[in-house]
Design a protein. Sequence first.
Length: 219
Amino acid sequence: MNRAIYRYLVSAGNPAAPVDDVHFFAACISHRAGLRTGSLCASLGLTPDSLNSLLYRFFPVFAAGMNGSECNKSRLHGLAGQDFICECRGGLQEQENPRLEEWQDLNSLLLLHRTDPADETSILMSAIIANACLDEGHLWQDLGLADREDLNSALQRHFSQLHLKNSADMKWKKFFYRQLCDQAEIRLCQAPSCNLCNEYANCFGPDGGESWDRLAALR
């Protein structure tokens, strides 16, 4: 995450909103605000309307000063005291996401397991998490969170059924795709069970943890 933007957003956070949710969205926004191409809403996996909803709900001070012709990323950097040259052209001429169907499947999976079906926060969070799943790093890193526990906490609050399903602590991206495979009745794993698979350490345990790598080598 961009710490200066994160600190600004937290300071401008809605005092009536849950602190943990303010933290989550501030981290995600500050992380994506550093991308020079693409609008902020596209890089988060949100529509312009859903981004506006998020900002007005959780960061009303920032939202109140928004100008439709101004780049949100440039404004965030300016408010955080940073220089930034954006190439998003104000969010115009967005390219179509070539993995849109994949994003839709992941988003639908999360929405199906919302803790509270009436909770609009989980709709925003679902879109952002699904979008981050399309990147190459660990999910908590691609979201811009401080650590995996931040992700665990968000999922436990807003997608408790999925959190409970992942009782073996499989890495979240792999767990989500495993759920999609199970829904489609497709089996991509060759081993009869996870405990007998050579890829065990890549799917379970701390993300990037050396202690887990050593443990896996002894299996």
